[in-house]
Design a protein around this ligand. Structure first.
Ligand SMILES: [Zn+2]
Length: 552
């Protein structure tokens, strides 16, 4: 085992971290006798780690580190536990998910009847005229073999407007009263970038609306959340993330309200993860006017990239593809923002020094987004723009080569193969060998991240590892085996690569002297685990900045 940095080397390292007070050389805490996988290539393995304040003071063998203890140092023997840097979820929607969990019916249920009874129960304690809202509905996870219809919703709740969001977030299912309130009839044309579905037999509204067609409902659903509700939402989701070992999350479509909520939750002690807050393009003008750009903030709450949306979603099968969906020869998915729109918004952000992240799932969506990024760099080259391709799901060799030459960062879904296996058949095995393409990205030297997109995907890091390493779903079906990666690779993807995606690789993502003390303690070592049971590896504790955010 290599030694920890000696004092002089350590002080040398320290110069780079000016916030680290020199007087506080005594460790507050030493974790020892563990199997520590540091994700630091200079010292991949260690037994002990000393922490002072929110930073790592030393990493090494028990002998190297334990003698640094003062009488005031707390020592924790981790016995046989395994330690990794804390996991970084590089694309999820915690602020909104927290509010959803506070207010909406969780429709992650296994039959239409179960959803109907949950809605009925909520309607019974909802004031007249008020909306009954749901989320996490998934048409492929109910036993009925068909999607929710307007008739199902009318039967369950006739006298309140109902709007149920699909788990993917790009489609919604509404009842007749909701359509009435939105002034949508069966004759209303599709809005640009959206779709109002009809029953093919009768031509009547089916109840489902996609992409921008959802806006008509979102506009009229009163969002009467107080400032306190927003903070409560962050508090709730913080606990959910902490218990799985997540220490940082990239809020993928943030608003000024979200930024405030993160700051409020931090102040009240309820924020348990570090938030890198991507800002939706609709808010960019206000941000630019205030002189804000990517990077503003601190280690806990930081302004991230500007976020745009090129195409539809994978879980709802609306991603824009160059070849049609399996069994649906005319369906190529949806374009949300055109190349010209992406360029116009992107240019503003790019010139102002913002990082840009664009939701791009299908190969067509990715191609369009890359064209925009390539043009921005050609016209106004910037050093290290770290363009992000949110999801970046369906790729091919030429797209991968262009991503590499731009040094762009894909944030592919980490848990989809495992959790959303039943949707994979719409893509077909050939295409799946080019989806969530971590093997291709890593082989090309591209720094892809782990990303749940929660609520659409599950955020459990151990599920991400199993999904990426085995490419096997819950039922044992293997999807796109060419993209398998090793456990060690998956760990790097979920730690240091996530830090790189937010320009914070010198702050976190590995356990090194001077970095933030963000780590997870596991009950078993994933390196020794059968890959098919990785999801069962227990999380014992999670630490952010030297403070336990979860203890089993
Ligand atoms: Zn998302």
């Amino acid at each position: 085992m290599s030694t920890a940095l000696n004092r002089r080397e350590f002080l040398g390292t320290l110069a780079a971290f000016s916030l680290f007070p020199l007087e506080e050389q005594q460790p507050d805490l030493i974790l020892h006798s563990a199997t520590i996988h540091t994700v630091d290539p200079k010292q991949p393995q260690a037994q002990a780690i000393a922490i002072s304040g929110d930073r790592i003071l030393a990493v090494g063998s028990n002998d190297d580190v334990l003698h640094l203890a003062s009488p005031a140092t707390k020592k924790i023997d981790l016995a046989t536990n395994t330690v990794f840097p804390g996991f970084i979820d590089a694309h999820c929607h915690p602020a909104e998910a927290g509010l959803d969990h506070l207010r909406m019916v969780d429709c992650d249920l296994r039959s239409i009847a179960a959803i109907q009874s949950a809605l009925r129960e909520r309607a019974a304690r909802t004031l007249a005229e008020e909306w009954v809202l749901g989320f996490k509905y998934d048409d492929t996870k109910t036993s009925d073999g068909r999607a929710l219809t307007i008739a199902d919703l009318d039967a369950a709740v006739p006298d309140h407007p109902v709007c149920i969001e699909h788990r993917g977030g790009h489609t919604a299912y509404c009842n007749s009263l909701a359509f009435q309130k939105a002034s949508i009839t069966s004759k209303t044309p599709d809005p640009p970038g959206g779709k109002i579905d009809h029953d093919p037999a009768t031509g009547k509204l089916s109840g489902r609306v996609a992409e921008t067609a959802k806006d008509s409902f979102e506009k009229i659903i009163p969002s009467n959340f107080t400032r306190d509700d927003h903070r409560e939402g962050i508090k709730l989701i913080s606990k959910m993330l902490a218990r799985t070992g997540i220490t940082s999350a990239h809020e993928a479509f943030g608003t000024p309200n979200d930024l405030r909520a993160y700051q409020d939750a931090r102040e009240s002690g309820d924020l348990l993860f570090r938030a890198y807050c991507l800002i939706g393009y609709r808010h960019i003008e206000a941000m630019l006017a205030a002189g804000i750009r990517t990077g503003l903030g601190d280690d806990w709450v930081r302004v991230g990239a500007m976020k745009m949306i090129a195409d539809g979603s994978i879980s709802e099968r609306t991603a824009r593809l160059s070849t049609p969906y399996e069994g649906r020869p005319d369906d190529y998915g949806i374009v949300v923002m055109t190349e010209e729109e992406l360029y116009t918004w992107g240019r503003k952000a790019h010139l102002a020094g913002w990082q840009i992240g664009t939701h791009a799932n299908g190969d067509v969506g990715i191609d369009t987004t890359l064209k925009v990024y390539e043009r921005l760099q050609r016209e106004s080259p910037r050093k290290d723009p770290r363009f992000r391709l949110e999801h970046c799901t369906v790729v091919n060799d030429s797209l991968v080569a262009r991503i590499k030459s731009l040094a762009a960062i894909p944030t592919p879904f980490s848990t989809y193969v495992y959790y959303h296996g039943e949707k994979m058949r719409y893509y077909g095995q050939d295409r799946l060998n080019n989806m969530f393409a971590l093997r291709s990205f890593l082989d090309a030297g591209i720094r892809a991240t782990q990303a749940s997109d929660y609520p659409p995907g599950e955020f459990i890091p151990m599920m991400a590892l199993q999904s990426e390493v085995t490419r096997t779903d819950i039922k044992g079906n293997v999807w796109g085996p060419k993209q398998k990666i090793t456990v060690e690779e998956a760990i790097r993807v979920g730690t240091i690569n996530g830090a790189y995606a937010s320009y914070e690789e010198n702050l976190k993502g590995s356990l090194e002297v001077g970095k933030l003390a963000d780590l997870v303690v596991l009950g078993r070592d994933p390196y020794k685990e059968d890959p098919s049971t990785l999801i069962t590896v227990p999380v014992e504790r999670t630490m952010v900045g030297g403070r336990w955010t979860f203890e089993a």
